[in-house]
Write a protein that binds this ligand. Sequence first.
Ligand code: HGY
Ligand code: MN
Ligand code: MN
Length: 413
Amino acid sequence: MGPGRKVDEARLWQRHMDMAELGRTPKGGVRRLALTDLDNEARATLARWGAKRGFKSFIDPIGNFFVRREGSDPSLPPVMSGSHTDTQPSGGRFDGIYGVLAALEALEAIDDAGIGTRRAIEAAVWTCEEGGGGRWPGTLGSSVFAGARSLAEVLPLADFDGLTVGAALKRTRAHLPMAADRPLGIPVHAFVEAHIEQGPELEARGKTIGVVTAIQGVRRFLVEVVGEDGHSGTLRRALRRDAFVAAAQMAVALQTHFHDPEDVVRFTIGRFVVEPNAPAVVPGKVTFSIDFRHPDDAVLARLGDGVAGICQAHRGPCAVQVKETLWVKPTAFSGLLPALIRSAADRLGLSSMPILSGAGHDAIYLARVCPTAMIFVPCEKGISHNEAENATPYDLASGARVLAEVLAELANR
Ligand code: HGY
Ligand code: MN
Ligand code: MN
């Protein structure tokens, strides 16, 4: 019997409920921001669960965390699986943590199946995938692991309260005495990430497993509009340099620019900060974010290149600065790993379909350093980045069954 059948649905579900207590919100969601004590405690909990099986824990200089099941040849690069423990500020109980818990569950199922592997298999936690609610860049740990960002550029990054990544990591390190240090970017044989789809396709088509074909590309901008604070009762409109009015006009013009009748473009202004944000003051400054995604890099280039001109054209009497903060091209998954996922699903009698990922994941960066693939499972109505995010024990366990089969196979290649 393959390891997939040793996956314990009840154990996996209960672990999700246990982890959901770390940052549970009154509405039943989870607020577990990156590198906070709650996020650190999630790693410590994972380490404790792994230690019960004799799995050792490791941590690297950017706080990426690994729980390792040894193989017969420790000199071989391990197979890894995992995701993130941090959430959006009003996140759900499954985004990220499912990939971490499915990886641990797969290690335990392989153990329960008495399967020895040549290569070690590790459950990985990548630091700060969600960006801490805009405090720091997202996919921080995986991008540093893959060498796409350097420690030197990342450690000094301060959040809204002035806390730097470096200072937060010191606290994380102290919270995890059980973990041994390991250098950055060790060689990895292969990486598979399990994740809820965060979209409606699998549920709508009645499929249990999504074999991810690609992750769409993303471009992110930060727009700063500067006018002049003024008295809302005395300052005439003709003399105002109202940063809100200018920013609002930019936002409407950008919505028009990015409007796509085929509804493939994903354009979002998710953060809009008005300063000084007082009812009797004409706003002198507005800062807003742009998150633009598309599966075709040529479209990302064409539409994204229009952002600065549109903002300048609508600045009125204000000044505007547009800073591009990210451009990640689409990431394709092909070859052996998706094929192994498909055949494992077939072997287990689980329905599957190929699927594009609208959301970004740590797999984007692991794909730059080793063969990588993703397994999706359905979530209710595709709702995510929302406290109502939900999934079923059966679907979560099904994804973990496929994952266990694939990891065991890869670890003996
Ligand atoms: O933004 C994303 O796509 C990821 O869920 N953080
Ligand atoms: Mn997310
Ligand atoms: Mn995620």
